[in-house]
Design a protein around this ligand. Structure first.
Ligand SMILES: NC(=O)c1ccc[n+]([C@@H]2O[C@H](COP(=O)([O-])OP(=O)(O)OC[C@H]3O[C@@H](n4cnc5c(N)ncnc54)[C@H](OP(=O)(O)O)[C@@H]3O)[C@@H](O)[C@H]2O)c1
Length: 209
């Protein structure tokens, strides 16, 4: 065998191949990891509920397949207020619901997992095998997770209404993050526009202030 060669490849080629394998293994892990996706219905002026928590402005669009949407997820994350505003769990049978709260007593809500360990719990969920995780809301929980760098996508369904006030999609003060458009679709029957953005990793190109 020639010095510095093994199996027909020299050491430099071996090293390059090994490195590219390691990179692709990392890439594969990134590609297959379950994502935390904030999917939310949002007014054009940035609210997810009216001033009194109203959601009567969100129309049912016959072209949006809610079943297919739900099938992409096996776990839902909710802030305590969203959980308490939910009229029922109808349609969510078989889904794991994790509610974040520092005030709820877990033993009083056996139908869900109540956690106060936001970062640890979400990191653990993310590392598990499974479908994507629906960050169901609300805005406060989104803000907490965005700050921790634990939101992979932001997917607002923009409803053609101006509410003039209410529960913001992201309460101030929030962090700034760059987004990359990954998909969009308009639903002409109701005028809903679905936008899909990937949250860019921190350290990427900065926004101008
Ligand atoms: N349009 C839509 O698609 C949509 C979707 C979801 C929700 N909503 C609406 O949004 C409203 C609720 O949103 P919101 O922003 O007011 O509240 P939220 O995010 O649902 O809940 C806030 C609560 O979550 C808990 N929480 C937040 N960060 C936490 C952390 N780091 N660790 C532990 N617990 C944490 C706290 O509970 P404790 O106070 O118990 O500690 C906090 O008070 C409701 O009216 C709901 O109907 C609309």
């Amino acid at each position: 065998m020639q010095r510095g060669r093994l199996g027909g490849l020299d050491w430099e080629e071996k090293r390059a191949r090994f490195q590219s394998l390691r990179l692709s293994a990392k890439g594969l892990r990134l590609l297959t990891a379950r994502r935390i996706r904030y999917q939310v219905a949002c007014s054009l002026d940035g609210y997810i509920a009216g001033p009194n928590g109203e959601i009567d402005w969100i129309p049912n669009d016959p072209d949006i397949d809610f079943g297919a949407l739900l099938a992409q997820f096996d776990t839902l994350l909710m802030g305590r207020r969203t959980y308490q505003a939910l009229p029922s769990h109808e349609g969510l049978e078989g889904k794991r619901i994790v509610v974040f709260s520092r005030t709820l007593r877990p033993e009083e809500h056996p139908e869900v997992t109540v956690s106060r360990e936001l970062e640890a719990e979400v990191k653990r969920l993310r590392a598990e095998d499974g479908k994507d995780v629906w960050l169901f809301g609300g805005g406060q929980l989104f803000g907490s997770l965005l700050e921790l760098g634990l939101v992979d996508t932001v997917e607002p369904a923009i409803i053609p209404v101006i509410l003039g006030g209410g529960v913001p999609m992201l309460p101030a003060p929030g962090v700034r993050r760059r987004l990359q458009l990954t998909g969009h679709r308009a639903y002409p029957k109701t005028g809903i526009v679905l936008l899909e953005y990937a949250v860019r990793p921190e350290g990427g190109p900065r926004c101008r202030s």
